[in-house]
Design a protein. Structure first.
Lengths: 382, 227
């Protein structure tokens, strides 16, 4: 996930904890690229994903959905932390100026470009690919209709920018109405109680949407996305200056990870029993609760692990962190173009996955070096 | 009489009104998010709740903007303090008009843009923009009438009556424009057509709104003293 809100453009990280959070964000970014690349080989997504490949494996689902349950909650938690960090250094006006320059402007510029690039690549693939995915086959039929159906515009994979803007506005609202201390009071209950309460706080988010949860790409705010990611963002915002609160969770790190894995196995078992119509319904209570526990405890466990093992400066992770924003903005159109081209090439799925994600990361990092790192663009997306 | 405006003090008075308005603005924005999220559920009942909530917010913005900066100020005797500042009645009038318009128009424009976003980004017929524009123009007119009355008349009872009456008029207004084919017919389709009667109503609403503001400015501005 990008470093758009760490304030990395403001000042270099000054303490070990910010290094840890920067590194976590870099790894979460990488996880995002790999997750999107992996969906082409997921049996679960085969019918819906535009670049679904002819070869797939249940192992992809087993790993990808675990990643899906923790990477965005972790991103929003880190984003919340750095939002408070920015407010303390620059004030609310400074935060707003930062958000306009680093989020609103890149979003408004990247959104149409990404939309046009992905639409063009998908239409081209629908016309030319010999072994189309089920989605491309359907699109081919749609495009052949005299009055082809119209898809409402969405934010695509840039939805996280939209929600960061939304959460920034909610931060201002909470501070103006005097509600900003709610999560700080929650932290005073102690780390163990926060860990127990967190799944309950995010449970409504999972209950209000389908399983696995989709990307909230609509231009209108979605209740479930605010209910799911909002508590993580608020917790991150409250944790600024209070990371010591999590120290007590260190001894629970391995039990938390083990519990998450066990719960995840139960979640996969439930997914395997889903019927065709279950994909369109809201999650049942038991599935939503499992997801809430995995997302809540998994995110806290990764945060504690990051604070323990990623707190030292690391040149590679620092580079990934700096290039993360650009990489994340660019990766999906590049990935789709590569994966569309691979649809007509018969490869084992792990090879296709490595080729697609390798080329995508190479293009993103090379373009970062050439177009962003040493140019003025770095102030916006570097 | 010196008719030169004291802009630095006028600016301070506007900023004062704006700062007092922050909490209300935050509450309106929060309510607008909730309304948009209801609309985002894409269900008929949620659409009804969301659009109703947006209209309630607009009416609340219009009424509370006037109530906070004019009526409450009178009750709390803030005018006596303002009179101690180096401002003329004209300065005070300009500050009140601009401050009030800012506190109303900022949420009004935000909600208007959000509504347009809803119409254009969802399967709702784009023709709804015509009806929506007329409704927004009605609320603008009701606000301008209420503001002009609040600046002219000090009676709290009359002000409350005018605010409620002008806003409640949205019901017969909706019924009346619903009879026009240029509104009801267009609202079901995707083409946005501004027919002659629609443009005439819109023009009348805008001219009346501006006239109310001009009258309020002229009436208060020509006063030689605060009382």
């Amino acid at each position: 996930m990008p470093n758009l809100d760490t304030g990395a453009a403001v000042a270099a990280p000054t303490d070990a904890r910010i290094h840890a959070l920067d590194h976590l964000r870099a790894l979460a970014m990488l996880a995002g690229v790999l997750f999107h690349a992996a969906l082409a080989y997921s049996p679960l997504m085969h019918a819906f994903w535009p670049t679904a490949y002819r070869a797939s494996s249940p192992w992809v689902d087993a790993l990808a959905w675990l990643l899906h349950l923790v990477r965005m909650p972790l991103f929003f938690l880190v984003a919340g932390y750095f939002t408070t960090w920015l407010i303390e250094r620059r004030g609310m006006t400074g935060l707003m100026q930062h958000r306009v320059r680093r989020i609103l402007v890149p979003f408004l510029l990247a959104w149409p470009l990404v939309h046009v690039a992905m639409s063009a690549a998908t239409r081209q693939a629908a016309h030319t690919v010999q072994n189309p995915s089920p989605f491309l086959s359907m699109l081919r039929e749609w495009l052949a209709l005299p009055d082809s159906p119209w898809m409402p515009p969405g934010t695509g994979h840039l939805w996280f920018l939209y929600y960061l803007l939304l959460f920034t506005a909610l931060v201002w609202i909470a501070r103006t109405l005097g509600w900003s201390g709610l999560f700080i009071r929650l932290l005073r209950l102690g780390a163990a109680r926060v860990a127990l309460l967190l799944p309950l706080l995010v449970l409504p988010g999972f209950l209000l949407t389908t399983t696995p949860h989709p990307a909230p790409e609509s231009l209108l705010p979605q209740f479930w996305a605010v209910a799911l990611y909002g508590p993580f963002f608020a917790l991150g915002a409250a944790l600024h200056g209070r990371l010591d609160t999590l120290q007590r969770l260190r001894r629970w790190l391995w039990p938390m990870l083990a519990t998450c894995l066990l719960l995840y196995l139960a979640f996969l078992f439930q997914l395997s029993r889903f019927g065709n119509e279950d994909w369109m319904r809201h999650a049942p209570w038991s599935t939503a609760l499992l997801q809430a526990c995995i997302a809540g405890w998994g995110t806290l466990a990764i945060l504690v692990a990051g604070l323990r093992w990623l707190a030292r400066p690391n040149a590679w992770l620092a580079y990934l962190s700096r290039s993360a924003y650009w990489t994340y903005l660019l990766h999906l159109p590049v990935l789709f173009a590569v994966q569309y081209a691979l649809l007509d090439v018969a490869l084992a799925w792990p090879i296709a996955f490595l080729v697609a994600s390798g080329i995508t990361l190479a293009v993103c990092l090379l373009s970062y070096e050439l177009l962003v790192r040493r140019t003025r663009l770095r102030h916006w997306v570097g | 009489m010196n008719r030169e405006l004291n802009w630095p003090t006028i600016r301070l008075l506007i900023v004062k009104d704006w700062q007092l308005f922050q909490k209300q603005l935050a509450a309106y924005l929060l309510a607008a998010f909730v309304a948009l999220a209801f609309l985002g559920l894409a269900k008929p009942w949620a659409f009804y709740i969301g659009s109703l909530l947006l209209i309630i917010i607009l009416v609340a913005v219009a009424c509370f903007a006037i109530s906070t900066s004019l009526l409450t100020e009178r009750k709390e005797q803030t005018l006596a303090f303002v009179m101690s500042l180096p401002v003329s009645p004209l300065d005070f009038t300009v500050a009140k008009l601009v401050g009030n318009l800012a506190t109303f128009l900022v949420p009004f424009v935000i909600i208007g843009l959000c509504t347009a976003l809803v119409i254009f980004s969802t399967p709702l017929p784009n023709g709804l923009m015509v009806l929506t524009t007329l409704v927004f123009a009605h609320i603008l007119l009701a606000y301008c009438v209420s503001l002009a009355v609040a600046m002219r008349i000090e009676s709290e009872g009359w002000n409350t009556f005018v605010m409620i009456a002008s806003m409640v008029m949205i019901n017969p207004f909706l019924m009346a424009i619903g009879q026009l084919h240029g509104v009801s017919g267009v609202a079901r389709g995707d083409a946005i057509t501004w027919s002659g009667p629609v443009l005439a109503i819109l023009s009348a609403q805008l001219v009346l709104s501006l006239s109310c503001l001009a009258f309020a400015a002229w009436w208060n501005g020509r006063k030689p003293a605060f009382y």
